[in-house]
Design a protein around this ligand. Structure first.
Ligand SMILES: [Zn+2]
Length: 256
């Protein structure tokens, strides 16, 4: 299986819409970061995690022309507002696309994007089919089995869902705290892809120090830092990290 980081930037992206690169070297392509989303690519399924406002360009740039399922981590705009770009997969699949979300996110969708879920007329039918997150989600196709464990974590004043794929790869782009009772699920990972907003403290995100603390506690084979703000220059950040920890960049692909 292949896990592709489609976007690894914080909420405004790098550069921001006004061209501001912050402390990032504009000449390093790895510093150009779209908003966070990711794709699990198996032999038979493409499973998307979050629909960032940059989704359309992310799919085009990575030549992804089919999506089978979508998992949402939480309802913030930088994880959800690319939802309209999913319409093409309704047209291609000739049926509404299954999306999975927790209670808070489903409420947010019903309030703000109801037209995606309720047919308005035969001209504008519902394009998405909303499903509730369970502790474990299983997908099976042609003998291939995918187990996805869904773990509720804190992200400041809201909750966010961490997804662990086949017990090997954990993805959590927005998190401030993982509950101790869930630490057991993070042992023996091949990859941990984890929030690392910047150097300073932030009430809803991990900073570098806190990300490294969790990486030490879980000791995955490899850790990838994501949701990177423009304070974090790729080369500078990488030089501070141990060999098995790396900053993400858009298009980074992990095989497991
Ligand atoms: Zn968020």
């Amino acid at each position: 299986m292949k896990f592709i980081i489609l976007g690894c930037g914080s909420s405004m992206g790098v550069p921001r819409a006004d061209g501001f690169f912050g402390k990032c070297d504009p000449n390093n392509k790895k510093n150009v970061r779209t908003r966070c989303s990711a794709l699990l690519k198996t032999n038979y399924l493409n499973i998307l995690i979050d629909t960032s406002p940059d989704l359309r360009s992310q799919l085009i740039n990575n030549k992804i022309n089919s999506i089978d399922k979508v998992l949402y981590s939480h309802m913030h705009a930088d994880q959800t507002h690319g939802i309209n770009d999913l319409r093409v997969f309704f047209i291609k699949n000739k049926k509404p696309l299954d999306i999975y979300a927790d209670n808070e996110t489903r409420k947010y969708f019903n309030k703000n994007f109801s037209y995606c879920f309720k047919s308005n007329s035969s001209e504008y039918p519902a394009t998405l089919n909303m499903k509730a997150i369970k502790k474990n989600i299983f997908f099976k196709k042609k003998g291939e089995k995918i187990n996805i464990r869904c773990i509720k974590v804190k992200h400041g004043s809201v909750n966010s869902i961490c997804y662990i794929f086949n017990k090997k790869l954990a993805y959590i782009s927005d998190v401030s705290k993982i509950f101790q009772k869930d630490y057991k699920y993070f042992k023996n990972l091949k990859y941990l892809v984890i929030d690392c907003l910047w150097y300073r403290n932030h009430p809803s995100h991990l900073n570098l120090e806190k990300s490294l603390e969790l990486i030490r506690a879980f000791s995955p084979k490899k850790a990838v830092l994501t949701n990177l703000h423009s304070d974090l220059d790729y080369k500078e950040l990488k030089s501070k990290l141990r060999k098995n920890i790396t900053p993400a960049y858009d298009g980074l692909s992990l095989v497991f």
